[in-house]
Design a protein around this ligand. Structure first.
Ligand code: NAD
Length: 290
């Protein structure tokens, strides 16, 4: 296929390179990064989109996505698919889908989980919102870039699934870190706590796959000085999107709101920026309640 790829940062560059390696013709655009292996760079976003069967975007946020979409959709071939893989707010995803439909194009919102490692290895999970025919067109590309693709419903539902997942992730990581810090003060060995909880009802992905305690459980960013991994500021972004969506539909999120507060303080008032999101544990360990 002819693919346009806009936003070639930490995630977009390896995804575009994997598509080129798989034999697709990839034309990229990013104002700040060099060409990934096998990708030809265009002078602007509209040029990368012109004539493409599928245009992929992998951008920082919904405001940038909407402005890029306004540039590229008029240049796209009618019937072509705009496949946004960024994590953005549900409203931006739905606005872009409407803009695409107005120009006779199709749109999918397909945020990912799996991080930079998954992007390089081609093992991302895609959660997809949008019509069946667009999904069928994009499926061979999902198969190259990812391991699993879940169709979540109409436009915006991929983003809805992503923020629900990451609200659970932020809250379970925060409380898992609290539990380790509490165990320390109670004189309970961290390894003993792990051995019990990892096979008990407090078990979660945050504990058994991404344990925030160094030297306990599988290798994780905690064993690498809390170098990300998944940065605390990206968790803060995703919790912000979850709470923005919850406010828009009047859904109660008391625990998600508290997790957002914890990451806001950590990233914006303390030294959390640039650290892994599991570094809430050293932040709490040894502190008092205030
Ligand atoms: P990044 O900052 O490394 O890459 C974004 C790229 O977009 C940059 O290269 C930037 O120059 C480019 N860009 C910005 N404005 C542009 C414009 N107007 N036109 C063209 N290019 C433009 O970010 P990333 O880590 O690659 O993340 C991309 C998206 O993926 C984000 O929405 C993020 O939330 C999501 N995501 C990231 C991870 C992760 O672990 N990094 C995991 C899952 C999802």
């Amino acid at each position: 296929m002819n693919i346009g790829f806009i936003g070639l940062g930490n995630m977009g560059a390896p995804m575009a390179a994997n598509l080129a390696t798989a034999g697709h013709t990839v034309t990229g655009y990013d104002m700040a990064t060099p060409a990934p292996e096998g990708v030809t760079m265009a002078d602007d976003a509209a040029s990368a989109a012109r004539g493409a069967d599928v245009v992929i975007t992998m951008l920082p946020n919904g405001t940038i996505l909407q402005s890029v979409a306004a540039d590229i959709i008029p240049a796209m071939t009618p019937g072509a698919v705009l496949l946004d893989c960024s994590t953005v707010d549900v409203d931006s995803a739905r606005a872009v889908a409407a803009m695409a439909a107005d120009h006779g194009c199709k749109a999918l919102d397909a945020p990912v989980s799996g991080g930079i490692g998954g992007a390089s290895a081609g093992t991302l999970t895609f959660m997809v919102g949008g019509p069946d025919d667009a999904l069928a067109t994009a499926m061979p590309l999902f198969d190259v870039m990812g391991g699993r693709t879940v169709h979540c419903g109409p436009a915006g539902n991929g983003q809805a699934a992503k923020i629900c997942n990451n609200m659970i992730l932020g809250a379970t990581m925060a409380v898992t870190c609290e539990a380790f810090a509490l165990a320390d003060k109670l004189g309970l060995d961290r390894q003993a706590m792990y051995d019990v909880v990892s096979t008990s009802s407090g078990q979660s992905w945050s504990l058994t796959t991404y344990c925030p305690a160094p030297g306990v459980g599988p290798q994780s960013p905690a064993d690498n000085g809390y170098k990300p991994g998944f940065a605390a500021e990206l968790m803060l972004k995703d919790l912000g999107l979850a709470l923005q969506a919850a406010e828009a539909v009047d859904a109660p999120t008391p625990v998600g709101t508290e997790a957002l507060h914890q990451y806001t303080v950590f990233v914006e008032q303390e030294d959390g920026r640039g650290k892994d999101f599991s570094a809430l544990l050293p932040r709490l360990a040894g502190r008092g309640r205030d």
